[in-house]
Design a protein around this ligand. Structure first.
Ligand SMILES: [Zn+2]
Ligand SMILES: [Zn+2]
Length: 176
């Protein structure tokens, strides 16, 4: 069944506003869990460690991932768009935004979110993930880290709470 809409006449108001937003947040939440899964001991040691070789910010590190991780990310980002009806324009816009944001996250330039990007943290947020490993798994919406207790303490408005989940590992603990 075709869900990627190509014609504007197919495109209702609900599909125009609700579905793209819904897809963006659901995909981002799935990506959060995919990323966390890659921080379990086996997957980190054999797959995700390649991405974490880049502790210093570097834009192309966004794509420096194991092929299996790339396939998992692409499936997480794209599969929902073939289930939920969505026009190709917002579809392309969301994917371009995610791509741009992923490169920006690894740029090393401390871009601050615009006023309308209420869901976003700044670039330093993902830098902390590369440095520490056990925190800040979110791609776009840092609220997922807040909900699941994986947000770094420096991003928690002076809160000292931090992830204690032993199943999550970073580079420093992968070889123990
Ligand atoms: Zn990264
Ligand atoms: Zn990671």
């Amino acid at each position: 069944m075709r869900r990627l809409l190509l014609d504007v006449v197919d495109y209702s108001m609900a599909a125009g506003i609700l579905f793209p937003g819904l897809c963006f947040f659901i995909c981002d939440y799935v990506i959060y869990w995919v990323h966390r899964a890659f921080h379990t001991r086996f997957l980190f040691k054999h797959i995700h460690v390649y991405h974490h070789q880049y502790n210093a910010p570097y834009p192309w590190a966004a794509f420096a991932v194991h092929p299996i991780e790339m396939i998992a990310n692409v499936l997480a980002l794209f599969s929902l768009f073939f289930i939920v009806p969505i026009h190709w324009v917002p579809y392309t816009t969301i994917q371009s935004y995610n791509l741009y944001h992923t490169i920006q996250q690894h740029s090393g330039i401390d871009f601050k979110p615009s006023w309308w990007q209420l869901w976003r943290a700044d670039v330093m947020y993902h830098d902390a993930h590369h440095m520490i490993g056990r925190v800040n798994f979110s791609l776009s919406c840092h609220v997922w880290d807040k909900i699941h207790g994986t947000m770094h303490e420096s991003n928690r408005n002076q809160s000292s709470k931090k992830s204690k989940d032993p199943s999550i590992i970073g580079r420093s603990s992968a070889n123990k």
